[in-house]
Design a protein around this ligand. Structure first.
Ligand code: GLN
Length: 472
């Protein structure tokens, strides 16, 4: 099943021509949300009134004015760490339970300008820290493909919303895999764009040198269509590349050189996932793509490096939540210092506190050189590995995760949980892009294939993904 029988671009044309009303699209989305959200818990906030009012206003526009809106009337779900003016933005945390931003994130401005309708804010692991969506203050999200299982994280609410047809499009954020891994577990398409491609202005920071906003959808074309709307230049994010994306140049798969990293395809990869992967490789070979073996030697250090860099940055970014400037303030404590302590002890969940402590530790004098500096050095080796690989190939293929979605509560050990990110974190450390799309099913559950591309060079990744999608 899919939200639309046709592409988002075609539905937009129908709305522009007056064949379909924005109100009917919003009603459809809100109806499915009201039927399914009680169980799936993909949304923390549903913006019924706002969405209906926006749809009414859009429907009143002239055909000419509608034609200026490339997402006219399309319902979109936005992850709850992305600021929305006048709509609470919780980051999945008690700390921001009642926080209502006074401004829109850049991507939200772009969505609104394009005539998209935000139907709600999606559930997520607290402060985007997690791989299962079990750490949200607002409760666990269930995977629409199997309600016993996690949807992945941290953009699990966005992935579940798209997979359950609650909205045709969603926005997520990816610091170490949080768009790609839930896309894989829920059987949808998600992209972690090149670092700097989409402005992070208004994204509540987790680890600023890794965070990237990206699109999620049911098809590669819809995902790319949404990317065109949100990837516009923005001087308010100093890491933004300053260019607006106008669409990928068309490339032919038969001219693609595809790298297969031996470190990703070792014996550790379960045979059933490997089998699906090999079938896709064969299919692309039959289409004329050329394959080469490559090595990303330092990939073995990627998880350790990521969890040092990410926690260090998180400990710094999250210091702003002190009970004074944002959100929750504990009523306990007699002195200012005590108020800080109680606020942070009560406002943050267990995983967030674990990361703040780890991050503070690796940055502390005496340990900085041994951990943070080392991680920064290894990170540059990982960047080099990717640069060397992309000198020889146009895209790199790998699985997104070693297995399909696991059962809710199945992984209790944080270190075991971190291992889920084995195939995704290096892309964030290197800054390049990673696209996740369905590659088939293992035991009836979806698993994804990852198409990685060099910085700002997504043409072949797009062509390869479109070709792979035909096999689903
Ligand atoms: N699972 C990773 C983590 O917990 C990635 C999270 C993310 O990309 N936001 O850090």
């Amino acid at each position: 099943m899919s939200f639309f029988e046709k592409s988002v671009e075609e539905v937009v044309k129908d709305v522009q021509n007056g064949d379909v009303s924005a109100a009917s699209l919003v009603e459809k989305s809100l109806k499915i949300i009201s039927e399914k959200n009680g169980e799936i818990n993909a949304f923390i906030t549903v913006c019924d009134d706002y969405a209906r009012k926006t749809a009414q206003n859009l429907d009143k526009l002239s055909a000419q004015d509608k034609k200026k809106l490339p997402l006219c009337g399309i319902p979109v779900a936005v992850k709850d760490n992305i600021s929305t003016k006048g709509i609470r933005t919780t980051c999945g945390s008690k700390m921001l339970e009642n926080y209502v931003p006074t401004y829109d994130a850049h991507v939200v401005e772009e969505l609104k300008k394009a005539g998209a309708i935000i139907v709600g804010k999606t559930n997520m692991d607290e402060f985007a820290m997690g791989s299962s969506n079990e750490t949200s203050y607002f409760g666990i999200v269930k995977n629409p493909r199997d309600l016993q299982r996690v949807p992945g994280g941290s953009s699990g609410g966005s992935a579940a919303a798209v997979a359950a047809d609650m909205a045709p499009l969603a926005i997520g954020s990816d610091t170490g895999g949080s768009i790609r891994q839930p896309a894989s577990y829920c059987g949808i398409v998600g992209l972690k764009p090149t670092y700097g491609f989409v402005s992070r202005y208004g994204l509540i920071a987790f680890a600023s040198s890794l965070d990237q906003i990206g699109p999620m959808a049911q098809t590669v074309d819809d995902m790319e269509y949404l990317l065109r709307i949100i990837a516009t230049s923005d001087s308010r994010d100093s890491t933004n590349c300053g260019k607006s994306y106008a669409g990928f140049e068309q490339k032919d798969v038969k001219n693609a050189i595809i790298g297969l990293p031996k470190e990703y395809l070792s014996d550790d990869l379960p045979a059933n996932v490997r089998k699906l992967f090999d079938e896709k490789v064969k299919y692309l070979k039959d289409k004329g793509a050329k394959f080469i073996d490559i090595s990303l030697e330092n990939m073995k250090h990627a998880i350790a490096t990521y969890y040092v860099v990410a926690t260090a940055e998180a400990s710094s970014n999250l210091s702003r939540f002190d009970g004074v400037r944002f959100g929750f303030r504990s009523k306990e404590g007699k002195t200012l210092d005590e108020m800080f302590k109680f606020t942070r002890a009560q406002g943050f969940g267990e995983e967030v506190k674990r990361r703040i402590m780890l991050g503070t530790y690796v940055l502390s004098s005496g340990y900085y050189d041994a951990y943070y500096l080392k991680a920064a050095q290894v990170r540059s080796l990982i960047v080099k590995d990717f640069e060397n690989a992309f000198a020889k190939c146009d895209v790199i293929l790998s699985p997104v995760t070693p297995s399909p979605a696991f059962k809710i509560g199945e992984i209790g050990d944080p270190l075991q949980m971190y291992l889920n990110d084995i195939y995704t974190v290096s892309v964030n450390l290197a800054g390049c892009s990673g696209l996740s799309l369905p590659m088939g099913k293992v035991d009836g559950l979806p698993v994804g294939i990852q198409v990685m591309a060099a910085n700002f060079k997504g043409e072949y990744a797009y062509a390869v993904s479109k070709e792979l999608e035909k096999t689903n």
